[in-house]
Ligand binder design. Structure first.
Ligand code: SF4
Length: 342
């Protein structure tokens, strides 16, 4: 057993779930009298070696989910309900020093903002710091590991990149260094929040390939977060989030081919990329965006939050909150259309 992993190793999952999130509810204090609810009773699981996609518009709660999973929410955030279990250990009751050891070794996050690198430090040393903190070895050995992950991420001139300061690299190179930093200790769970935003298609493909390789070689589980369905094509299973709630979940191919929730259908149609893979089943050359705005997170609505924007809206939708309805054993949607079928 690796002695450096021993300190923070967790009990093996009993049911195959590496991560189990149950009824997670998070709000932000916006002033003495205002609180906005960012996540409403969010529940999902991620299995070992599974890639789960989390899809939704900006501001729907995806990044709050990522930060809550890492226990890195800002000071004005409050978890009012729920639990987050990693290998059966509740992260919400874990002491900060144990959480610190866990981050980087067992779990890590790839941020959508690659400007998290220290501008005053050579990037190779920044990756080395993570390795030294969690998996120390001889310097030459750690450097070899860093070169190898740089090469795998398409950073070809490893020596130059290793010695460079962040400002000497392109945005895409900085992003890949930040990803190398998150993956270098081969964590069991990677949370990747918009990891490919603003990257070209070659870099995007390379990064998604790295995630797949990591899963294949180290059983790493990945929560892949994006507003772009195309980025999530690497996932096995998809969760769709709207206004802080999971509104649809199911196997990726099934959700893409037969989206059950009107929001998912609208999101897939909104994707502006020109090269539509056949799985979408829609012509992306003539697509429009979802009209309207998400509901005010400070308001508690009596009915469905998607109602003002929904092309399938019925009268009851404004007065009754939909629950998640099971469409098949593995596919569910939060929409009253399915209530009549139960
Ligand atoms: S519950 Fe009604 S308004 Fe909400 S998504 Fe379903 S059909 Fe549309």
């Amino acid at each position: 057993m690796d002695p450096n992993r021993h300190e923070v190793s967790l009990a093996r999952p009993i049911d195959g779930n590496l991560l189990r999130v149950c009824n997670l509810t998070v709000s932000y204090r916006l002033g003495p009298a205002y609180e906005s609810t960012a996540l409403k009773q969010v529940s999902f699981t991620v299995n070992c070696a599974e890639i789960v996609g989390l899809l939704g518009e900006s501001g729907c709660g995806k990044s709050t989910t990522a930060l809550a999973l890492m226990q890195m929410l800002p000071a004005n955030a409050r978890i009012s309900m729920g639990s987050i279990q990693l290998d059966g250990c509740n992260l919400l009751s874990m002491k900060e020093d144990r959480l610190r050891r866990l981050r980087g070794s067992e779990t890590s996050i790839v941020y959508q903002d690659s400007e998290t690198l220290n501008p005053m430090m050579r990037v190779g040393n920044q990756v080395m710091e993570v390795l030294r903190a969690h998996k120390p070895a001889k310097t030459a050995q750690m450097r070899d590991e860093i070169y190898s992950i740089f090469a795998a991420l398409g950073l070809k001139d490893c020596d130059r990149i290793y010695r460079a300061f962040p400002h000497q690299l392109s945005g895409g190179q900085r992003r890949r260094v930040a990803i190398a930093q998150a993956l270098i200790c081969k964590p069991r769970l990677v949370i990747a929040d918009e990891p490919t935003s603003s990257l070209d298609s070659e870099a995007t493909t390379g990064i998604l390939d790295i995630f797949r390789q990591l899963r294949a070689t180290h059983n790493t589980a990945i929560l892949l977060i994006s507003h772009d369905p195309e980025t999530l094509r690497a996932a096995d299973r998809l969760l769709v989030m709207y206004a802080g709630e999971i509104v649809e979940s199911g196997p990726l191919n099934e959700v893409f081919e037969h989206p059950a929730h009107p929001y998912t259908r609208a999101l897939l149609q909104c994707s502006t990329r020109q090269a539509a893979p056949p799985m979408f089943g829609v012509n992306r050359h003539s697509l429009a965006c979802i009209p309207g705005e998400p509901p005010d997170p400070c308001e508690v609505l009596p009915g469905c939050g998607f109602s003002p924007r929904c092309s399938n809206r019925a009268e009851i939708c404004d007065s009754l909150r939909p629950r998640l309805f099971e469409i098949s054993g593995v596919h569910s949607a939060r929409c009253l259309q399915y209530e009549a079928r139960e």
